[in-house]
Design a protein around this ligand. Structure first.
Ligand code: SF4
Length: 413
């Protein structure tokens, strides 16, 4: 290297330029500048970096270990470079997600559905659960106009019970309510008039059920009280709704009357004694579970991580029988092996409820059986209230999450 202020010879200048360009290219590589490899990519390409995690760390990354006292390794590591020194690129990649994400339907009926959601982060699985409970809209009775109620059920309790009856109608066909303008696009009106006749010498009882609620496609029949004495007596009297047409003339409802399907018809509203009567009108509007649980489209929805039950040693004969009898859900089975011996096998790991009965003996138990949960595999269950089928509820939840993401992206850009 030439001293400061001293001119360099031609040869010395070339050597200096080479060494500067070498150190520049090295610093570019580390900082990810230019066309060279970026930080994590550079680390991963170094020859000394191993190509994958050691097995015990891979298990910790992908499984929750359920020990006798408490679960461990419950976190999901999101930092992309968390395992870079061990050769694992932990970054989230859309192409990997697309390739690995799967949904497998295990059970389906019109009321409930169980499916496996594989290759997804717990935060996203939980987002779907929360959206299903609180943000997928349904129609529910919000306003009850009571003309007569001589039953033992108080007005407010009766109104509350009516609100909780799931209505079998697609909420996507309706708009959110405008309190000042209940119309055929945002309100469904039902009428209930039930009476238990009084007969001398008889102790009568009458059960009022959801199927006693009759749909009024033309809207409310109760007249609005008008203080205007000059109103034109020939004009149509005003009611509590302003429908411009009958709902059964709309193509969506012409062949599909609004009401309660199947078992929902049998929901008991009240029991009337002799001479008791209920006369009311119930107005249903669109809403979400976040406002009130009556709008929640699910009775419940939940998920659990896929259980893994692993035998760490051969368990035979007496001990095999003992462990099999300990499991309350029949995860284990006994297999006959040579010389009249028997060994324990894991037959139904999916049924494991993690009660830990099989590892109750503490360390001894944990040496025989390892209970784990797969961190990115969720057994998801949706129980619909009956308003919409469970698969439609899930696709609606996906659409809501998508619109939320779009909103965040547009707010940020
Ligand atoms: S944790 Fe409970 S349910 Fe699971 S295998 Fe053990 S005993 Fe059976």
């Amino acid at each position: 290297m030439a001293k400061k202020d001293e001119p360099m010879s031609e040869g010395e200048e070339e050597t200096e330029a080479e060494s500067i360009s070498e150190s520049e290219s090295e610093s570019q590589s580390l900082s990810g500048g230019g066309e060279s490899k970026g930080g994590l990519e550079y680390i991963m390409s170094l020859p000394d970096v191993p190509t994958k995690l050691p097995p015990h760390m891979e298990l910790q990354r992908t499984r929750v270990f359920c020990n006798a006292d408490a679960p461990i390794h419950t976190d999901t590591v999101q930092y992309s470079g968390a395992f870079a020194a061990l050769g694992e690129d932990n970054s989230f990649r859309l192409d990997h997600f697309r390739k690995n994400f799967r949904i497998e339907v295990m059970r389906y009926s019109e009321d409930d559905m169980e499916f496996d959601m594989i290759g997804i982060d717990p935060a996203l699985a939980n987002a779907f659960r929360r959206i299903l409970i609180a943000e997928v809209p349904t129609m529910a009775i919000e306003k009850v106009l009571i003309a007569n109620n001589t039953s033992v059920v108080q007005d407010e309790v009766l109104a509350h019970r009516l609100g909780l009856i799931p209505i079998s109608v697609d909420p996507r066909l309706f708009e959110y309510a405008d309190n000042n303008a209940p119309n055929e696009r945002n309100t469904i009106v039902f009428k209930l008039h039930a009476h238990c006749e009084r007969v001398k010498g008889e102790r009568r009882r009458h059960t009022v059920k959801a199927n006693d609620l009759k749909w009024l496609p033309n809207g409310s029949e109760f007249l609005l009280e008008s203080g205007d004495s000059n109103s034109n007596s020939t004009s149509k009297p005003k009611t509590h709704t302003s429908f411009s047409c009958s709902q059964d003339s709309l193509p969506e409802f012409s062949n599909n009357p609004i009401g309660f399907k199947g078992k929902l018809n049998d929901i008991i509203i009240a029991k009337l004694g002799s001479g008791q009567e209920i006369e009311l009108e119930a107005h249903a509007v669109k809403g979400i579970g976040k406002t009130h649980a009556k709008w929640s489209p699910v009775a419940t929805t939940w998920y659990r991580m896929l259980p893994e039950v692993v035998l760490l040693e051969e368990i035979e004969d007496e001990m095999a029988e003992k462990l099999k009898s300990k499991c309350p859900v029949g995860v284990f089975d006994i297999e006959d092996i040579a010389n009249g011996k028997k060994k324990l096998t894991v037959a139904r790991p999916r049924a494991c409820t993690l009660c830990r009965e099989c590892i109750r003996e503490g360390e001894e138990g944990e040496k025989r059986v390892s209970l784990r949960r797969v961190k990115d595999h969720f057994i998801f269950t949706i129980e619909s209230t009956g308003a919409l089928p469970p698969d439609v509820l899930f696709t609606e939840a996906v659409k809501i999450l998508e619109s939320k993401c779009e909103r965040v992206i547009s707010d940020l850009s």
